[in-house]
Ligand binder design. Structure first.
Ligand code: 5GP
Length: 195
């Protein structure tokens, strides 16, 4: 069915928690010409107010997550500040085979796993950085969705994550959502033409 379709790109969006990955992602994904599909991850984290099961994440128990590890269902998975997050692999492969450019929004350990296991010029890796660490801290606090303890751990994690930006092909500063989204759209367009 899909034999003469060109396989889609795998686009990794990463960057520290609170940098605005989700907001930037929703902005660039609204451009239909990029033919994008968002891979919804599985997580053991509690649902935040306003989030939806199957849209933001598939929310599962620790046991269910472990079962998915055991049956080798993840393209990658990682533990982040006390919870587990993983990318279900079948959907990613199916959508790429259909010609869709699949977007993953994952943390840095997950990226390293993907880059280790898959190679090729159809992988696009983008790291989003805040204008400064202070700005990131403000954003995490203003979001008001986590306890002080969790915020503290996320900020400590962020300063470690920022050091890994050279694992990525592109680094984009989220100084303004629409500008950062535009920069990412241009990256994707250029890679779609190259692939
Ligand atoms: P949050 O709890 O803020 O939604 O996500 C915490 C971190 O986990 C974020 O950096 C987010 O991008 C990352 N994340 C979300 N889904 C996945 C996934 O499937 N795999 C990995 N490795 N990280 C993920």
């Amino acid at each position: 069915m899909q034999n003469n379709k060109k396989r889609g790109l795998l686009i990794i969006i990463s960057g520290p928690s609170g940098v605005g990955k989700g907001t930037v992602r929703k902005e660039f994904m609204s451009d239909p010409s990029l033919n994008l599909f968002y891979s919804v991850s599985m997580t053991t984290r509690q649902m935040r107010p306003g989030e939806q099961d199957g849209v933001d994440y598939y929310y599962v128990s620790k046991e269910e997550f472990q079962r998915n590890i055991d049956i080798n269902n993840f393209l990658e998975w990682a533990e982040f500040v006390g919870n587990r997050y993983g990318t279900p692999k079948d959907k990613v492969n199916m959508k790429r085979d259909e010609g869709k450019n699949v977007v993953l929004e994952i943390e840095v350990n997950g990226t390293d796993q993907v880059l280790k296991n898959l190679e090729g010029d159809d992988i696009v890796s983008i790291f989003i950085v805040p204008p400064s660490l202070e700005e990131l801290e403000n954003r995490l606090r203003n979001r008001g969705t986590e306890t002080d303890e969790v915020i503290k751990r996320r900020i400590e994690t962020a300063s470690k994550e920022l050091k890994l930006q050279d694992h990525y092909q592109y680094v984009v500063v989220n100084d303004e959502v629409s500008r950062a989204a535009e920069e990412i759209k241009n990256i994707i367009r250029s890679r779609m033409h190259k692939a």
